[in-house]
Write a protein that binds this ligand. Sequence first.
Ligand code: ZN
Length: 128
Amino acid sequence: MPYAGADFYCDLVLSGLATVKAVAEIDEVLAFPHAKPSFVVHIVVVPRRHIPSLVDLGAGGVALLGTVLEVVRDVAARVTAECGKPRVLTSLGSYQDSRRLHFRAYIDEPPRAGTPVARQPPTANRDS
Ligand SMILES: [Zn+2]
């Protein structure tokens, strides 16, 4: 059954209900290939703590943003080296498909097989 909630990353990825293949991981931040990539390379970077958005960082969010951006920078550099220069994006309001702060590093071409930074859809840990 497709996910119908508002925060895929908290509800499924960071809770452990869906398994993702981390491409970068530190205590505060996780980066992984998008579950349903819209692009040939589509990496998502999320703080592990729920932060609503770039303009609503909450207590301690400003300090955490620097750490998140370090991971975004690392991922963007790796994509650049392995696949070509990506776009880096965060969305606000109705543009957020998942209602929390997340960044994407992506190459604006349709998905195709055999991409160097492999996209690895999450695997549900549940049997249902
Ligand atoms: Zn959340």
